[in-house]
Design a protein around this ligand. Structure first.
Ligand SMILES: [Zn+2]
Length: 463
């Protein structure tokens, strides 16, 4: 019976990561993520597994981002009863992200019902389905080898992408190894460790989100952040930062804490206005095993909380959030959603974009057709809650915050593999241009064979 690798999501696209290994009659998934995009086609993709969920013996989860974890509750609803293996921090982040997604799906369903939209589907899953799969998790730390199913063993290595993120190296039988990057992070990001280099493997399944892009150096983050804050405060304005609640918000808090302690920025009030960000930060606080040396030296040895300081305020209830509209002094407001599509950030933008003293600081990727993208394009007028607003505030874009490796990072990562042993790299998790360019980069740098993975094709491995 051949051993095969195949992808049922995250191949030739960036969402829905779901990869399968079949060996000796066993079927195991690496990740089971939600597709994201336009409503109807995405809903249909999410509802259709092109394999039988009850035949899956186990899932190995690389990290807690929605596009890697959030179809697990639905997999459970359709009969998957096996173990889900993840690092302890990934289990907690995935739990939070899945619960938040269940909440959004249910609210969306209620909204459609209220608007009397003729929509054929109910929520893909609910909170009770999240709780059921949370019960199926088995957590295990980095660099501890464990058995997944049959003769398949797994060891998690640190991917340096978000808290708890891992690169599983799977070993089938004796010394036949296939590594997965999951989402590969960058060196030098705050809080978490840098990505590890992997031990020798025969195959690598590698992401290529930025296979055709280079990021600004991370060392620039503090310098750029400082100058944006100072300039805005000098004008008497506010800094509004749309940010993802997991990792990006904590990275910002960490930098702002350091900059405040070093007196590089004025001591103004900083509001983190997002219940999800507050919950995510609580998870960051307990997973000190994921921290790098810097955070230990700067905070923990002095018993200081990296995510709490005098002028930092977490806002969880709606009343306090509304009160921020009356706050007249210069301040920083960090809020979600990251792409300005929903959530409290919309109120802050509505109240602040018309004042030229203010700055909207963009620290993350803004997809096409989102309000975030329209702000990045500096369109003179933007619609918020259906009403037009003049975009008079300054717009500053910092590209230093990406949690994904760029192509130079991936080349460096690949060069540290045993290239004599490496038989093939399977490229996933990228748009077509990015995948093709990454393929060329890898071939130019000594990788023998690179396969851009097509969805639902079974590739024989270990022939
Ligand atoms: Zn990710």
């Amino acid at each position: 019976m051949p051993t095969t690798f195949s992808s049922y999501g995250g191949a030739a696209e960036v969402t829905g990561s779901t990869h399968m290994l079949e060996f000796d009659g066993h079927k195991v998934l690496v990740d089971c993520g939600l597709f994201q995009g336009k409503r109807i086609p995405t809903e249909e993709k999410n509802r259709l597994f092109k394999f039988k969920p009850d035949e899956i013996e186990a899932v190995v989860l690389t990290h807690g981002h929605c596009d890697h974890s959030c179809r697990l509750p639905y997999l459970g609803m359709l009969g998957f009863q096996g173990n889900i293996f993840a690092t302890p921090a990934t289990r907690d982040i995935a739990g939070l992200v899945m619960a938040d997604t269940a909440h959004i799906l249910e609210k969306d369903f209620e909204w459609l019902k209220k608007k009397k939209v003729n929509y054929p589907y109910g929520p893909l899953f609910r909170m009770k389905d999240v709780l059921k799969v949370l019960d199926q998790f088995i957590t295990i730390s980095y660099r501890r080898t464990f058995t997944v199913a049959g003769s398949l063993k797994c060891t998690f290595h640190d991917a340096g992408h978000i808290l708890g993120s891992s690169m599983p190296v799977l070993e089938i039988g004796k010394n036949r190894k296939i590594g997965f990057t999951g989402d590969l992070g960058r060196k030098g990001t705050p809080i978490i460790h840098d990505p590890e280099y992997l031990p020798p493997v025969d195959y690598l399944v590698c992401e290529a989100t930025y296979g055709n892009r280079l990021h600004d150096p991370i060392d620039d983050a503090c310098r750029q952040l400082t100058s944006v804050i100072k300039e805005t405060v000098d004008r008497g304005g506010k800094i509004i930062i749309p940010a993802f609640a997991v990792e990006r918000t904590q990275d910002l808090i960490y930098y702002l804490h350091v900059l405040t302690d070093e007196r590089k920025i004025p001591r103004i009030d900083i509001f983190v206005d997002s219940p999800m960000a507050f919950n995510a930060t609580s998870i960051f606080r307990v997973h000190q095993e994921c921290y790098d040396d810097n955070i230990h030296e700067q905070f923990l040895v002095q018993n200081k909380n990296p995510f709490g300081f005098e002028n930092l305020h977490y806002i969880t209830n709606v009343e306090e959030s509304k009160k921020l509209n009356e706050y007249k002094k210069p301040c920083i407001i960090i809020s979600s959603s990251g792409m300005c599509e929903a959530g409290r950030i919309l109120h802050h933008l509505k109240n602040n974009v018309e004042d030229p003293r203010n700055t909207v600081l963009v620290v993350g990727f803004m997809a096409v057709d989102t309000l975030g993208r329209r702000i990045v394009e500096r369109q003179p007028e933007i619609k918020i809650f259906g009403q037009p607003y003049k975009l008079n505030a300054k717009v500053k874009i910092l590209n230093t915050f990406s949690a994904h490796a760029d192509y130079n990072d991936i080349i460096d990562f690949a060069k540290h593999l045993d290239l004599d042993r490496l038989r093939k790299v399977f490229l996933v998790h990228g748009e077509p241009d990015s995948l093709n360019e990454m393929k060329t980069h890898l071939l130019d740098n000594g990788v023998k064979t690179v396969q851009v993975v097509e969805p639902e094709v079974k590739y024989d491995i270990f022939e």
